[in-house]
Write a protein that binds this ligand. Structure first.
Ligand SMILES: NC(=O)c1ccc[n+]([C@@H]2O[C@H](COP(=O)([O-])OP(=O)(O)OC[C@H]3O[C@@H](n4cnc5c(N)ncnc54)[C@H](O)[C@@H]3O)[C@@H](O)[C@H]2O)c1
Length: 596
C-alpha cells in the first residue's frame, strides 16, 4: 500500500516553489506553503494567483476550480507551520549551507515519518540528507520549469534512501500526472547534466559577440525545433540559479571547463539582472515576473529599415551542385522569384536534379501549398547547364558541392575568373572554414557562408557566416536575400559548427557519455529531454536520424578546432560507427530499427 499524502509542505515560493504548490493543489492535495518573510510570501501568492488566473483566462481551468485550488493552500511564514505535513519539498536558493540548515530544522519540526525532499538541481542530495537524523527518508524530487507544464520529474535516490520511500514518491508522481525517471545522486542528474553545458556555451557565444542574442535563440528554435532559445531559457530559469547550478556542476562534475560559469553570468547576477524574475536578464521584460519581452537598446531595428541601405541588387542566382542541398536550394530560389542558373557536372545530372525539383514542386501542388501556375513559373525561371561559364552574369552564386575543401577551393577559384565584379559568392558548407574558400578567390570580401538546413524548402533557418574578410555589404545582401526567401537568417562568425551544430552536437555527445557511464538508459535520457525540456526528440532518437557517422565527424571537427577536452567524441560513439551501427540508414544505431 502506497503512503497517503494528504498534506504536503513547500518551502520557498520562488520560480520553482510557486509552481510546485500549484501542481499539488491542482491535484487535490492540501499544501502548506512557507516563505521566509511576509513580503516573500505575498510575492509567492501573487505568482500562484497570476498563473492560475492565466489558466482561467485561457479556458484551461474553471473559476470554481481555481477557487478550490487556492483554498487548498495555506500560506505561512516560518518552518514551524510544517509540523503536520506528510511530505516537504524544499525549493530555496541553490546553496548547500542554506539547504542543510533548512533540513536540520525540518527534521526537528516535522513528524518522524515525514519524507523530506529537495528540489535541488545540482547539489548532492546525500550531503543535504546528512544534516538530518533521517537520511533514509530524504530524497530528491526535481521538477522542471514551469512545474505545472513540464511532465518530467527526476526522482533522486541516495545510497541510503529507503526503497519504500522511493516507491511512495514514484506513486505520488503518477498521481500528479507526471512521468518520473528514478536515478542516483549525480551532479545535474540527467537533464541538467546535458542542458547546462549547452546553455553556458550559448552564453559564451553571446559574450564573445559571436552572434546576437536574437540570432542565437532563433538558430536553436528554428534549427532544432526547441521550444525556446538558450538565452531566453536562462532568463526563465533565473541567472542566479543558473550560476549556482553551473558552479556546483563544475565542482562536483569533474571540473569540466564547459561548466565553469561564463564570466558574463556572474556580472549580470551581481548587477541584479536575474532574468524574468527581476524584469531584466539577457532580454528586458514588461515588468518583474512577466514573460513578455519588450524592446530595449539591443533590439535589432525592424528588418526592413536595417536592410534598406548597403545591399546589392540580386535578381539572378547560380546554384552549383546536384545533391540534396543543391536541389532544395534551386527550388527555394526559384519559388521566391529569382532567375536561377543550375550548374551540374553533366546533362545527365541536370536531368536528375530537374526531375527532383519538379517532383518536389508537384508535391506542393498536391498539398495545396502551390498553384499550378506558380509551379510552372518557378520551373520557367530555372536554366539547366553543365558549364560554369553560364554564371558570368549572375548576381549571387550558391555553392553546394561535395564537402571537400580542395574541391570547393578549386570551384571558387574558377568562379573568381568567370563571374562579374560585385557578385556575392556563397558556400553552403556545414563544417569547413569559409575563410579557406574565400581565400581561393581574389575577392574574399564578397564571400559569405549560407548554411541552409535539410530539407531546404522546409527548414526556416539559414546561418549567414561572416569571415573576418566578409564585407558589411556582402553580409547585408545575404540577409536581404534570406528575408526574400522567407527564411530567418542568423549571422554568426566563421567557427566550426557555426551556431546550431556547435551547440547541438556536444550535447548529443554528452548523452552518449552518460549512457556509456551506465548512469541511465537511452529511453530515460530521451524521456528526460523531451518531457523535462520540451525537446521534439530525445538525443538518441536524433542521433539515429542524423546518422552516427555524421555526428561523429562533426564532433571530431569541433574537438579539433576548440581542443576542449569535454568535446572529445564519446568512445561508444566511435565504436558504434566502427561496428557499422550508423542509425536509421543502416537499420541500427542506438536502437534496432529493423524490428519496428
Ligand atoms: N529555476 C529553475 O528553473 C529550477 C528548476 C528546477 C529546480 N530548481 C531548483 O529549485 C530551487 C529553487 O530555485 P528557484 O529558481 O525557484 O529560486 P528562487 O530564487 O526563484 O526562489 C527561492 C525562494 O526561496 C525563498 N527562501 C529563501 N530562504 C528561505 C527560507 N529560509 N525559508 C523559506 N523560504 C526561503 C526565497 O524567498 C525565494 O522566494 C533550487 O534548488 C533550484 O536549483 C530550479
Amino acid at each position: 500500500m502506497a503512503r497517503e499524502f494528504t498534506r504536503v509542505g513547500v518551502v520557498g515560493l520562488g520560480t520553482m516553489g510557486a509552481g510546485i504548490v500549484e501542481v499539488f493543489a491542482r491535484n487535490g492535495v492540501d499544501v502548506t506553503a512557507v516563505e521566509i518573510s511576509d513580503a516573500a510570501l505575498e510575492r509567492g501568492r501573487a505568482t500562484l494567483t497570476g498563473s492560475t488566473d492565466r489558466a482561467v483566462a485561457k479556458g484551461k481551468l474553471a473559476e470554481a476550480e481555481r477557487d478550490a485550488l487556492m483554498a487548498r493552500v495555506d500560506f505561512r511564514v516560518g518552518l514551524d507551520a510544517l509540523h503536520d505535513v506528510d511530505l516537504v519539498i524544499e525549493a530555496v536558493p541553490e546553496h548547500l549551507d542554506l539547504k542543510q540548515r533548512i533540513f536540520a530544522e525540518l527534521d526537528r519540526v516535522c513528524k518522524p515519518e515525514t519524507i523530506l525532499a529537495t528540489n535541488t538541481s545540482s547539489l548532492s542530495v546525500t550531503e543535504i540528507s546528512v544534516a538530518t537524523t533521517r537520511p533514509n527518508q530524504v530524497i530528491g524530487i526535481h521538477f522542471f520549469n514551469p512545474a505545472p507544464v513540464m511532465k518530467l520529474v527526476e526522482v533522486v535516490r541516495t545510497v541510503v534512501t529507503s526503497a519504500d520511500v522511493v516507491a511512495d514518491v514514484e506513486a505520488l508522481c503518477e498521481r500528479l500526472g507526471k512521468v518520473d525517471v528514478t536515478i542516483s545522486d549525480r551532479a545535474g542528474f540527467i537533464a541538467n547534466a546535458l542542458l547546462f553545458g549547452y546553455l553556458n556555451h550559448a552564453v559564451g557565444m553571446f559574450e564573445a559577440r559571436y552572434a546576437t542574442r536574437e540570432d542565437i535563440d532563433a538558430a536553436m528554435k528554428l534549427g532544432c525545433g526547441l521550444p525556446m532559445g538558450p538565452l531566453a531559457l536562462m532568463d526563465l530559469i533565473g541567472l542566479d540559479t543558473a550560476y549556482e547550478i553551473l558552479d556546483t556542476m563544475y565542482r562536483r562534475g569533474g571540473r569540466d571547463r564547459r561548466h565553469a560559469p561564463a564570466p558574463l553570468l556572474k556580472q549580470m547576477v551581481t548587477a541584479g539582472l536575474l532574468g524574468r524574475k527581476s524584469g531584466r536578464g539577457f532580454y528586458t521584460y514588461e515588468q518583474p515576473g512577466s514573460p513578455k519581452v519588450v524592446p530595449d537598446e539591443f533590439t535589432p531595428l525592424a528588418a526592413d529599415a536595417a536592410l534598406a541601405d548597403g545591399t546589392r541588387a540580386i535578381a539572378k542566382v547560380g546554384v552549383v551542385g546536384s545533391g540534396t542541398m543543391a536541389t532544395g536550394i534551386i527550388e527555394v530560389f526559384a519559388k521566391a522569384g529569382y532567375e536561377v542558373v543550375s550548374v551540374t557536372r553533366g546533362a545527365e545530372k541536370s536531368a536528375k536534379v530537374c526531375e527532383a525539383v519538379k517532383t518536389s514542386l508537384n508535391k506542393g501542388v498536391v498539398r495545396g501549398k502551390l498553384s499550378e501556375t506558380d509551379r510552372d513559373e518557378a520551373l520557367g525561371r530555372i536554366t539547366w547547364s553543365a558549364t560554369l561559364e553560364h554564371l558570368a552574369d549572375v548576381d549571387l552564386v550558391v555553392e553546394a558541392v561535395i564537402e571537400e575543401l580542395s574541391v570547393k577551393k578549386a570551384l571558387f577559384a574558377s568562379l573568381d575568373e568567370i563571374c562579374k565584379p560585385g557578385v556575392v559568392l556563397a558556400t553552403t558548407t556545414s563544417s569547413l572554414p569559409v575563410i579557406d574558400v574565400a581565400m581561393a578567390t581574389q575577392r574574399p570580401a564578397d564571400v559569405v557562408g549560407l548554411h541552409f538546413f535539410n530539407p531546404a524548402p522546409i527548414m526556416p533557418l539559414v546561418e549567414i557566416v561572416q569571415t573576418i574578410r566578409t564585407s558589411a555589404e556582402t553580409s547585408a545582401t545575404a540577409r536581404a536575400v534570406c528575408a526574400k526567401l522567407g527564411k530567418t537568417g542568423v549571422v554568426c562568425g566563421d567557427r566550426s559548427g557555426f551556431i546550431v551544430n556547435a551547440l547541438l552536437f556536444p550535447y548529443l555527445n554528452d548523452a552518449v557519455k552518460m549512457l556509456e557511464a551506465s548512469y541511465s538508459t537511452a529511453d530515460d535520457i530521451d524521456y528526460a529531454m523531451k518531457l523535462g525540456c520540451g525537446y521534439p526528440m530525445g538525443p538518441f532518437e536524433l542521433l539515429d536520424v542524423v546518422g552516427l557517422d555524421v555526428s561523429l565527424a562533426i564532433q571530431r571537427e569541433l574537438y579539433l578546432e576548440l581542443r576542449e577536452p569535454g568535446f572529445a567524441p564519446a568512445p561508444l560513439l566511435e565504436h558504434l560507427v566502427t561496428a557499422g551501427y550508423l542509425g536509421r540508414k543502416s537499420g541500427r544505431g542506438f536502437r534496432d530499427h529493423t524490428r519496428r
